[in-house]
Design a protein around this ligand. Structure first.
Ligand code: ADP
Ligand code: ADP
Ligand code: ZN
Length: 214
């Protein structure tokens, strides 16, 4: 099974993708994570992407589609959860071709519907473990022991440089202008399920599980 999680920055895509990876053994494919890794490694892709990401704009379709193509084979038969990809119509078409070339297809598109005012608060409080990447929130998902990662015990956490209010507003504008218009492309094929992303993490997860089981 291959699914796409769509929603503006802070909607909960990464949180839900990580849950599905744990519960179903599907592979999380986050172009944001792949790009941050490229930036950290100083690879040619990272050098190109760094300033674009810091400005809250979209990295080129060619770069992100190539990243997904490279990783797709590692998903094997467990299927993939695309988190933060596709973000443009061109990327959506590229994904269809990449899957078709491998004799696979898209099963569901899940749109996380959220209230924009809440997103800034979610993003401002977001941080992750520097060692294992587990994701947390100051208010909505603090670690069980203050300052200690639940998963690996590390006491070092990181915040993304683009998680500031000004860049978040820019990222939301990009979402509205370029990503939301993909929905009709998937709606025509009856693939889209809308889930209320303002519910608790557990309730959102339960609804997604129900869709995948249906
Ligand atoms: P996205 O990948 O869509 O940008 P994340 O999954 O990283 O979003 O979530 C953004 C922040 O909000 C994180 O700090 C996460 O812990 C928190 N969060 C995610 N889902 C919820 C939810 N349903 N309710 C409250 N906070 C949430
Ligand atoms: P969020 O889900 O919080 O918006 P991501 O981690 O998905 O953040 O993306 C962070 C940044 O990486 C984006 O603002 C953009 O610059 C870049 N990026 C990630 N995925 C894509 C993509 N599919 N197409 C273009 N740019 C992307
Ligand atoms: Zn950790």
């Amino acid at each position: 099974m291959n699914i796409v999680l769509l929603g503006p920055p802070g909607a909960g895509k990464g949180t839900q993708a990580a849950r599905l990876q744990a519960s179903r053994g599907m592979i999380q494919m986050s172009t944001g994570d792949m790009l941050r890794e490229a930036v950290a490694n100083g690879s040619p892709v990272g050098v190109k992407a760094k300033a674009v990401m810091e400005a809250g704009k979209l990295v080129s379709d060619a770069i992100v589609s190539a990243l997904i193509g490279e990783r797709l084979d590692t998903a094997g038969r467990h299927g993939a959860i695309f988190d933060g990809f596709p973000r443009t119509r061109q990327q959506a078409e590229a994904l269809d071709s990449l899957l078709a070339e491998r004799g696979r297809n898209l099963d569901h598109v899940i749109e996380l519907v959220v209230d924009e005012d809440a997103l800034v608060e979610r993003i401002a409080g977001r941080f992750s473990c520097a060692k294992c990447g587990a994701s947390y929130h100051d208010r909505f998902k603090p670690p069980l022991a203050d300052g200690v990662c639940d998963h690996c015990g590390s006491t070092e956490c990181i915040r993304r440089p683009d998680d500031n209010e000004q860049t978040v507003r820019r990222r939301m504008a990009e979402y509205r202008a370029k990503t939301e218009p993909i929905l009709p492309y998937y709606d025509e094929r009856g693939l889209v399920h809308r889930v209320d992303g303002m519910q608790s993490v557990d309730d959102v997860a339960a609804q997604i599980e129900a869709i995948l089981d249906s």
